[in-house]
Design a protein around this ligand. Structure first.
Ligand code: GMT
Length: 377
């Protein structure tokens, strides 16, 4: 079959949607497709030396007439140029605002009939969709797309209810790179972090935003400490970090809670952990939960958005209600005190990652969609 030329638009910064867009591009490029990233900077985890991957920078000049540099217009303009110069077969847009709108405009500017796939990642609907003006913008982006996908069934349903687009949506789950996320030997990492061999380790990884409810994690952990010796690793960085450091000091838990900052050695950190806490109030998918499963780590996670599609209660972790720190602590203690249960959860975690979310299955779903959209011109 003819190999395709695909224009990819995504947020290049660190974040789940950028990671998925980059990993998908790499795997499509390995299959022989030409992937053209049209972004403001090279995406995080971008592969510089792949014959089938190209980067087309979106440049924006700060003309004095503009109070705000019009990035969306510059993006649309660059999309139009790349559609023409590279003779693209389709566009794959990650995150509705402003990308789906810029794609529609770029396509129009190029006077092209190219197909557009928009992938919704979460807050483009679950937060922006609550703003009346942006809701109309998201609807416009979806209805201008040939096909829109959502990263979980929960997000698909929420989009249909909240945005009421004319077009239907399909669910394609996220995936991870199994070559990176797998059980690994962490070497001396546990002792390097000053953690005692008998201390149990609970890990949380995020961008430290309010919706992650990190105070709930610290409070649940404090309740766990009443019964067993443990360490909480808070991995990542973001707007809530300083407040969280203050909360940890207020509780006198400085020796028991370690803020690691952003780290690249996530598989090793997951390998020294016994449990993950992920107690968000909104989460379309929770890519980090899948990364943990693929490393054999169970999670205590909330009943929010698409999380129960990733964490199956009692199978590869436990689901608790948002804000229920008593139950989060209770379930954590159940897991941490029971070696046999941890082994079962670990086996199930590895199985879920391999059976339900394997990259080969998900990338094949996207590839079929690419051919469908390219063929429908
Ligand atoms: O909007 C965000 O929170 C960032 C966004 C991202 O770009 O990482 O996260 C969303 O997309 C991820 C990848 O599909 C999902 O794993 C996250 O659950 C989702 N975040 C939310 O729904 C809050």
């Amino acid at each position: 079959m003819k190999k395709l030329k695909v224009g990819v638009i995504c947020y290049p910064s660190l974040g789940g949607s950028g990671v998925v867009a980059t990993e998908l591009g790499k795997m499509m490029a390995d299959k022989g497709h030409e992937m053209h990233y049209i972004t403001s900077s090279k995406p995080f985890r971008f592969l510089d030396v792949h014959a089938n991957i190209q980067f087309h920078e979106v440049k924006i000049d700060g003309y004095a007439v503009f109070k705000y540099p019009p990035y969306d217009i510059a993006l649309a303009n660059r999309i139009a140029e790349v559609i023409e110069t590279e003779e693209l077969d389709l566009l794959h847009v990650h995150y509705a605002v402003p990308h789906a709108i810029a794609a529609a405009l770029g396509k129009d500017m190029a006077n092209s009939t190219i197909g557009v796939i928009t992938t919704l990642h979460g807050t483009d609907v679950t937060i922006l969709g609550h703003d009346q003006g942006l809701r109309n913008t998201v609807r416009y982006g979806i209805d201008k797309s040939t096909i829109t996908t959502a990263v979980s069934e929960s997000l698909r349903m929420e989009t249909l209810e909240l945005i009421e687009p004319k077009n239907n949506l399909i669910t394609i789950y996220n995936f991870i790179d199994e070559n990176k996320y797998r059980p690994v030997d962490p070497g001396t990492l546990k002792s390097d972090l000053g953690i005692g061999q008998d201390e149990k380790v609970i890990i949380h990884i995020s961008n430290f935003r309010k919706i992650k409810r990190i105070p709930d994690i610290i409070i649940s952990f404090k309740k766990v400490l009443k019964e067993i010796d443990a360490r909480l690793l808070l991995v990542g960085d973001g707007p809530e970090r300083i407040e969280m450091e203050e909360l940890v000091s207020e509780f006198g838990l400085q020796d028991k809670v370690t803020f690691t900052g952003k780290r690249d050695d996530l598989p090793e950190l997951l390998a020294i952990s016994d449990l993950m806490f992920h107690l968000s109030e909104k989460e379309a998918f929770g890519l980090v939960l899948l990364e943990a499963l693929a490393c054999g780590l169970p999670s205590i996670a909330t009943d929010a958005g698409g999380i129960p599609e990733v964490i199956e209660d009692g199978v590869n972790g436990f689901i608790v209600q948002i804000g229920d720190t008593d139950m989060a602590a209770e379930k954590a203690l159940l897991v941490l005190k029971n070696d046999e249960l941890r082994v079962t959860l670990k086996e199930n975690a590895l199985r879920t990652a391999a059976d339900k979310f394997h990259s080969s299955t998900i990338v094949d779903q996207y590839e079929r969609l690419y051919y469908e959209v390219a063929g429908s011109r």
